[in-house]
Design a protein around this ligand. Sequence first.
Ligand code: SF4
Length: 143
Amino acid sequence: MKKKFWRCFVCNDLHYGLKPPEICPTCKVKAAYVEIPEREAKAILTVPAPEPGFSKEEFRAAIEAFAGPNEFMVNPDAERVSLLLEGMDANERNHGLRYCPCRLRSKDFEEDLKIVCPCNFLIHETYKGQEKGECWCGLFIKR
Ligand code: SF4
C-alpha cells in the first residue's frame, strides 16, 4: 500500500499516511480528512513562504521541545547547531521545506520527505548502537 496525502477540510491540517486519523488532532473534528493530490499538499506545505530570519528561531524552539525528556537532546555545541539551522532555514526558503543540511535532495518529493528535519535518525548507523551516537549532522545527540 502506498502512503497518501490527506487534508482536514475544516482546518487544513495535513496528514501523510496509509489512512487518515479518525479525529483531526488539530481541530478535533471527526471524519474530516479528504485525500488530496501531492501537488495540493506541496502547495499547502510551501505557501506562504517563511519570513527570512524568523523560522530559524522558531525551529530552534520546536526541536528543543521535540527533544524534551527523550534519550536524545539537541547538541549543546551552539555554533554547530546555529550553522545547521541556517542551512535548514536556507533550504526552507529555497526549496520549501526544512531539508537536512547535510543530505542531498533526490528531487523525488516522497523520497525527500525522509530528509525533512527531524528525520528518523534513531535508525542511523551514526546513532544506534553508538555510545555517543548522533544524527548524520550532529544536530541531535544521545544524552
Ligand atoms: S540528520 Fe539530523 S539534522 Fe539532518 S535531518 Fe536528520 S535530524 Fe535533522
